[in-house]
Design a protein around this ligand. Structure first.
Ligand code: SF4
Length: 243
């Protein structure tokens, strides 16, 4: 996995696309930037970054730059402003619950919400909770998303990654990479970028991929029925359940 991290880092020095977004997410942040990243983890669910940018621009244009301000506004107005990100009713509820958690914090001392507290918010799953902990509170936690599962299943030729316990994949990552927030946050960013640009869901561009030489799928998927089965399960998850 270190080799993967190294190769991806060399290729995506600028972690394109969304270079500026990832730079913001990986650096130490001001309070206002923490607000932007935290709401971004919720707004980005089931949509793309362009839509998230539109929603965040709407909030900022209306001078909404903190959880205190967010909690003080009318729900309908919030829904309206974040509408470009889709699922705006559910996302508004999640943002308000998140704001509640962030504004209830003690004023002194450093506050870090627990994973359990974050998971109690409707609309916040493990990936979102861990993203908040890594990118807002610099906790050394591996983040596992759909991209991670798909990527590992292909690289290691192991269909189990598509359904493996979230925590077990986290353990695998922790056993292989340095456990600091920057490395783990960057590894997630690299996997997302690589998956969006090259290792996409339906038609991975293996011939152009810098990982081809160390990737099981890239090397021999046309000849290997197991690897073809992985691709079938990625495209159509139900096909695996039927077997
Ligand atoms: S070689 Fe193909 S399957 Fe492997 S990481 Fe690259 S694009 Fe994905």
């Amino acid at each position: 996995m270190r080799k993967l991290y190294q190769l991806l880092t060399e290729t995506y020095n600028r972690i394109e696309p969304h270079h500026n977004t990832w730079l913001l997410w990986l650096k130490k942040k001001s309070k206002e930037e923490v607000f932007e990243v935290a709401i971004g983890t919720i707004l980005v669910q089931n949509t793309n970054w362009n839509n998230v940018d539109l929603a965040i621009s709407n909030l900022f244009r209306n001078n909404l730059k903190s959880f205190k301000q967010l909690i003080a506004m009318e729900t309908e107005q919030l829904e309206d402003l974040i509408r470009p990100a889709g699922f705006y009713k559910q996302k508004a509820k999640s943002l308000l619950s998140l704001a509640q958690l962030f504004t209830e914090i003690p004023s002194q001392g450093s506050f870090i919400p627990t994973r359990g507290e974050l998971l109690q918010i409707k609309g916040v799953g493990k990936e979102t909770a861990d993203s908040i902990l890594v990118y807002c509170f610099y906790e050394p936690i591996p983040i596992v998303g759909t991209y991670t599962r798909r990527f590992f299943a292909r690289i290691y030729s192991e269909i189990g990654y598509l359904k493996k316990r979230y925590e077990s994949i986290q353990e695998t990552i922790l056993n292989s990479l340095p456990s600091d927030y920057y490395t783990l946050g960057k590894f997630h960013a690299l996997i997302v970028s690589h998956s969006q640009q090259v290792c996409n869901k339906t038609n991975p561009l293996c011939e152009k991929c810098i990982l081809k030489s160390i990737c099981s799928y890239g090397n021999s998927h046309e000849l290997d029925t197991e690897l073809m089965g992985i691709q079938e399960a990625i495209i159509n998850p139900r096909s695996r359940k039927k077997k």
